[in-house]
Design a protein around this ligand. Structure first.
Ligand code: GLU
Length: 470
């Protein structure tokens, strides 16, 4: 059975790149009827925060990347490394007993001096093995110093694996030094915690960003020292901005939360992330179910993916267009309210959404446009001066009367009434349409006039025509 995991460090919001890694791990497990776990790697005590843990959980829930709860604690939280310190100590002790790890008492100053000397000799700085048991024999541990535990890396030979995305990767053990696996305070380093956790969770496929390729040989050596079977590894290439640099804040929004706030749909973002470094023929728009059905690691690109915000916006627009208006109402309502709009008393929001959704790339944009119906509208003096002319005023007054007398307040009736006034006053469409927009909506940019008037409601339209044209 396939078992994958996503193991973010809660040191910030969930990044687009992290979300894509999560999506691929999730889809890989879901496709094969396997399990997908979430694990919080919170061992960086200075940078980890509860707010980030929450942001990660919220983002995963919003993206609907559901994880299996086998390792959740009683309080419903996913596995967290800081709650497993005893386990890491236990495995470190096991390695010590097997002669594959040892305590190291070297102080920071001593290690700095060691590296300095190595650099001076033109060597690559690396731990020199001074507390390896064979060198430490007869050396008394300094009093009162809590040691770190180092992994005794094999001295020779090669370490490698067949990466499911990148192909075969191999390096010489001579390139690796004895890494710290447990700090003096008992907190594991990343390379150790990740191996113990992946083993305990029986992870079969480690899918993660290729910024970890350099860590994998160290992890493989630890697996081997523990006599444990290796999972498969799949390292997914980075995401780059349009300038070819690794995607960062400089490129605009990079957190899932921010996309949500800007009015992107979770399904659109999932679709976009799926395509960022993976392809299924020429398919651009596909459902979550299709994606899960199609996803495989063989079609993950070996080279970095380029993040294209315009494409994401386009895709989002397509999803908004295809959505049933009611499904967008809650989010749009939140944006309208955040804009200071009042929905109560205005036309039904679902109708407004239905009218505007084909033209909006984000829900925020849709809500901005919806302010035509829910905002406090005050046409500026300039706008009124420009459009309330000797020609338009009498026509506007007349229009108010004709509108008030209509039997039905519907698009066709409004159009016919409008036409009759145009004819009578010998005006061209814009000569009346612009003034009407100006007084009713406070601006001359609106979608097609009759539907917006129909939606705005007779009372409001007639009231404003009367008030301004008089
Ligand atoms: N906590 C690591 C990260 O966020 C996890 C890497 C891994 O998946 O092994 O990069």
């Amino acid at each position: 059975m396939i078992r994958t995991r996503f193991a973010p460090s809660p040191t910030g919001y969930l990044h687009i790149g992290g979300a894509r890694t999560a999506l691929y791990s999730w889809a890989y497990a879901r496709r094969q009827g396997g399990k997908f776990f979430l694990r919080i790697e919170d061992t960086d005590l200075e940078r980890s925060t509860e707010a980030s843990v929450q942001a990660i959980l919220d983002s995963m829930a919003w993206l609907a990347l559901d994880s299996d709860r086998d390792f959740h604690s009683a309080d419903g939280m996913p596995m967290r490394q800081m709650q497993r310190l005893a386990r890491y100590r236990e495995v470190a002790d096991q390695l010590i007993r097997a002669g594959r790890a040892y305590p190291c008492y070297a102080s920071r100053e001593e290690l700095d001096a060691m590296r300095e000397a190595q650099r001076a000799r033109g060597e690559k700085p690396r731990y020199d093995g001074r507390w390896r048991p064979e060198h430490a024999r007869g050396k008394a541990p300094p009093a009162g110093v809590e040691p770190v535990i180092r992994f005794r890396n094999p001295d020779d030979g090669m370490v490698g694996w067949a990466d499911l995305v990148k192909g075969s990767i191999e390096i010489a053990n001579a390139e690796l030094d004895d890494l710290v696996i447990l700090r003096a305070d008992g907190v594991p380093t990343y390379n150790f915690g990740v191996v113990v956790d992946d083993l305990d969770m029986q992870i079969t496929h480690v899918i993660r960003g290729d910024d970890h390729v350099n860590n994998t040989p160290r992890q493989i050596n630890i697996y081997e020292a523990l006599g444990a079977p290796l999972p498969s590894f799949a390292h997914v290439p980075m995401i780059l901005g349009a300038d070819g640099e690794r995607l960062s804040k400089r490129h605009g929004a990079v957190s899932v939360t921010q996309y949500r706030e800007e009015g992107y749909l979770a399904d659109a973002l999932v679709n976009f992330l799926a395509r960022l470094g993976w392809s299924h023929g020429d398919d651009e728009i596909f459902s979550r179910e299709q994606f899960v059905g199609w996803f495989d690691l063989a079609h993950v690109s070996r080279s970095a993916a380029q993040f294209n915000p315009e494409k994401l916006a386009w895709l989002n627009g397509q999803y908004i267009k295809a959505a049933a208006p009611e499904t967008l109402v809650p989010e749009v309502a939140a944006h309208v309210e955040a804009n200071g709009g009042t929905i109560a008393g205005g036309p039904p929001l679902a109708n407004v959404v239905a009218l505007l959704k084909d033209r909006a790339l984000t829900l925020a944009e849709l809500a901005d446009n919806a302010m035509l119906f829910y905002g406090d509208i005050h046409p500026s003096d300039e706008l009124l001066a420009q459009h309330l002319t000797a020609d338009s005023r009498p026509a506007l007054t007349e229009l108010a009367g004709v509108f008030a007398a209509l039997e039905e307040w519907r698009e066709e009736a409004i159009a016919a009434a409008f036409d009759s006034v145009l004819k009578k006053h010998q005006l061209k469409m814009p000569k009346l349409a612009m003034p009407v927009r100006a007084v009713v909506f406070g601006q001359t940019q609106t979608p097609s006039l009759y539907p917006v008037l129909a939606l705005a409601g007779r009372e409001r339209v007639v009231g404003r025509l009367q008030r301004y044209a008089a």
